[in-house]
Write a protein that binds this ligand. Structure first.
Ligand code: COA
Length: 149
């Protein structure tokens, strides 16, 4: 497989993005409703939204994505980038697409002046962690979450 081209998602990527999103939600066993999915895609395309998405394309076909949220924080003056969702189609894994998506974000961090790029994953997501550990080691923080319902 050729190295992927990484770029911001475009309106024409909607069908591919939805397919990747479904795969990602299935991976986590998450039942995300259509309304939320529609709204997430809408915000990705909205330049005034904090949500952004990059896709990985090889020979005109989209194989992976990263959805991110760029937000303010209290520890730095510059915004930071939260990599919320990362997914590569199962048939395309192991070809460097995940690596290329994170590398693109690391370069964007420098270009955009984000103070940090960060993400979380399940402790037992060994495949993902193998990839992440090549960039940086986990910092030992543990996530807590209270849900509204
Ligand atoms: C994690 C994920 C994004 C990695 O994407 P990827 O394109 O396969 O990543 P890369 O090819 O850049 O590197 C992944 C590493 O894991 C290995 N790997 C990942 N998936 C593999 C697969 N299906 N088969 C064999 N090796 C695989 C790669 O060989 C590579 O390690 P190596 O270079 O030391 O051999 C992808 O496996 C995925 O979408 N997983 C399901 C969703 C997920 O876990 N997302 C992250 C949630 S935080």
């Amino acid at each position: 497989m050729e190295p992927p081209a990484i770029r911001a998602a475009l309106p024409a990527d909607e069908a591919d993005w939805r397919r990747l999103w479904r795969g990602y939600c299935d991976f986590y066993g998450a039942a995300i409703g259509k309304q939320v999915t529609d709204r997430t895609w809408q915000r990705i395309l909205d330049p005034d939204s904090a949500i952004m998405c990059i896709v990985a394309e090889v020979d005109g076909k989209v194989y992976g994505f990263a959805n991110c949220v760029v937000h303010e924080n209290t520890w730095e003056i510059q915004p930071v980038c939260y990599l919320e969702d990362l997914f590569v189609l199962p048939s395309a894994r192991g070809h460097g697409i995940g690596t290329a998506l994170i590398e693109w974000l690391r370069n964007a961090m420098r270009a955009e002046g984000w103070a940090r790029l960060y993400w979380v994953t399940r402790e037992d997501n060994e495949r993902a962690r193998k990839l992440y550990d090549r960039f940086v080691h986990a910092d030992g923080f543990v996530r807590y979450m209270i849900r509204q319902s």
